[in-house]
Write a protein that binds this ligand. Structure first.
Ligand code: FRU
Length: 558
């Protein structure tokens, strides 16, 4: 179970001077050491037992399993065929469930099913059979799942709480007939830890009120109200419903008609309460993915911070404020896990690592698209006010295999580190701590490249005060006119002269968590051959490097 602990330690004790940095890192180092030791012990322990092999962990298999070009090694991707949004994220009896929009017959979008995988550590995933198939009411679009602890639905059996999935039915027959009411909400339940599902005979539980876009229900239990609340998309804003039994629902309010970004339809909203880091105060957060209209074009996820009185959500910020969870082009439709045992400081999140602008034409063969890394969402006071920050989930520390710490004090120009790394840079994590010097306005970052002359850069431009991801020369791009047309940028929220940057590269993707996750960028790219070389660079000025650590990361599929 994720405790959110390490990143809480990180974020509460952000170092402000050198001495603090040292103490902080010593503590962190011990923490990591004991964490790694714990993981090793667990692994050794599990080897001694006749445990059922988890696909991707120790299952014997052909060596070309998950080895196709561009196949992510430590991100979730389906074995084959098309995947989009994460669905039904719920934790139950030691398992994280990841359902997802899935079309088993093609590598492009089609009649939607819910694919299914489980994990006991949030890192290694076991593929399970398809959980929900389309039926006479329609395709199974996005939605959520909850543990009905008090059996409010009556679906429980033998005193065991049922898992209940709440999803959208998309009726293509009605759609083709020109009706506007083709999206409705349905439910299904499971009494065997999500392995088999029964659709409720009273479906749909929410008929369509006359909206072409009426979908993606995200349900949670409201402890204060002792009621279920649901947030869902109603076109270009969100609706909030409530229910006592998950079967009868009533509209409580609508939010967002005039708030936030409206470049496209709102999809896959989420609504949850979080403690502000370092205080006892709590706030409510609403996520709302929009497509198109993201800060760098296409699909992206915005969020709102405010109050929720059980019926209405009130935004703390002026209506025209648009806050983005991730400025990269490849994090969409992400939502959070339900029923994580109480840790009010963070929510676990995962997104779809693609963008509707080109998702269906990316150059992979057997399967299409992957999820982002699992992340911890933390509410934090920043130089620009309260922000929802994202950090990689603590569990990912278990993937670190080989370490290289570059002894670079100052950098002016570039340094090639390929020969120093004992592992492929296409599958690594990098921690960079950098300080700006005097009036220097450098452009610094990491460049991955290969002998084909393709390269990918991700870094910070001090003159413009923004982070950037440059995939303009990173390989295959012809599959979409706009895929590699521009450098993508993200404003820096933090105002300090010190930078704490965490990067993850996984064959065809980069994730940057900058300034303790205050600015995040997730981007995909498709080099014709893996990037096997790496440079650190600082142009137009020098930087002071406090730390440059590189970690070779294990594959979760071998
Ligand atoms: C978001 C989305 C959802 C919908 C699903 C269909 O990517 O468009 O709104 O439920 O995908 O697959």
């Amino acid at each position: 179970m994720s405790s959110c602990q390490q990143n809480i330690i990180n974020a509460t004790s952000q170092p402000h001077d050198a001495a603090q940095v040292k103490i902080y890192h010593t503590v962190l180092w011990y923490w990591k050491l004991s964490f790694n030791f714990m993981i090793l012990t667990l692994l050794l322990h599990s080897c001694q037992h006749d445990t059922q092999p988890v696909v991707g962990e120790s299952a014997p298999g052909p060596s070309d399993y998950y080895a196709e070009p561009h196949r992510p090694q430590f991100h979730f991707s389906p074995e084959k065929m098309w995947m989009n949004d994460p669905n039904g994220l719920v934790f139950f009896e030691g398992e994280y469930h990841l359902f997802y929009q899935y079309y088993p017959d093609s590598t492009v979008w089609g009649p939607m099913h819910w694919g299914h995988a489980v994990s006991t550590d949030l890192v290694h995933w076991q593929h399970l059979p398809i959980a929900l198939y389309p039926d006479s009411l329609g395709y199974i679009f996005s939605g959520s799942a909850v543990v009905d602890w008090q059996n409010t639905s009556g679906f429980g059996k033998n005193v065991q709480p049922p898992l209940v999935a709440i999803f959208t039915y998309h009726n293509t027959v009605w759609e083709k007939a020109g009706r506007a009411d083709f999206q409705t909400q349905g439910i299904a339940y499971s009494n065997d830890k999500g392995r088999t599902w029964f659709k409720y005979e009273g479906n749909p539980v929410i008929p369509n009120p006359g909206l072409r876009d009426f979908r993606d229900p995200k349900v949670s239990w409201h402890e204060g109200l002792k009621e279920w609340i649901m947030v869902l998309s109603m076109g270009s804003h969100a609706g909030i419903y409530h229910s006592l039994d998950l079967k009868k629902w009533a509209l409580a309010s609508e939010f967002g008609k005039t708030e936030g970004a409206h470049g496209g339809v709102w999809e896959c909203p989420d609504l949850f309460e979080l403690k502000i880091l370092g205080s006892d105060e709590k706030k409510w957060v609403m996520l709302a993915s929009i497509n198109p209209g993201g800060p760098n074009g296409g699909s992206a996820t915005q969020y709102f911070i405010g109050d929720f009185n059980g019926k209405t959500f009130a935004n703390d910020n002026p209506p025209d404020t648009a806050l983005w969870l991730d400025y990269g082009r490849d994090n969409y439709a992400g939502v959070t896990w339900s029923d994580i045992p109480a840790d009010e400081r963070c929510r676990l999140f995962i997104g779809w690592m693609s963008n509707w602008e080109y998702a269906q034409s990316t150059p992979t063969q057997a399967w299409r698209s992957a999820m982002t890394l699992p992340r911890q969402l933390i509410l934090r006071n920043t130089a620009r006010g309260l922000r929802l920050t994202s950090m990689p989930a603590d569990e990912l520390l278990a993937l670190r295999q080989v370490t290289f710490a570059a002894d670079l004090r100052e950098l002016n120009g570039e340094v090639d580190l390929t020969k120093d790394l004992q592992f492929p840079p296409a599958q690594m994590e990098v921690l960079l701590e950098v300080e700006l010097i005097g009036d220097e306005k450098p452009d610094f970052g990491i460049e991955l490249y290969n002998h084909k002359g393709e390269s990918y850069k991700i870094g910070f431009n001090a003159l413009a005060n923004h982070y950037y991801s440059d995939r303009t020369l990173a390989g295959k791009a012809g599959f979409s006119g706009n895929f590699a047309a521009q450098v993508h940028t993200a404003p820096r929220i933090d105002g300090s002269r010190s930078f704490y940057l965490q990067f993850f590269f996984d064959k065809a993707s980069a994730e940057l968590f900058a300034d303790w996750g205050a600015t995040v960028m997730t981007e995909t790219f498709f080099p014709t051959e893996d990037f096997d070389q790496v440079k650190l660079y600082a142009k137009h000025g020098k930087i002071s490097i406090k730390k440059a650590e590189f970690y070779g990361l294990a594959s979760i599929w071998k």
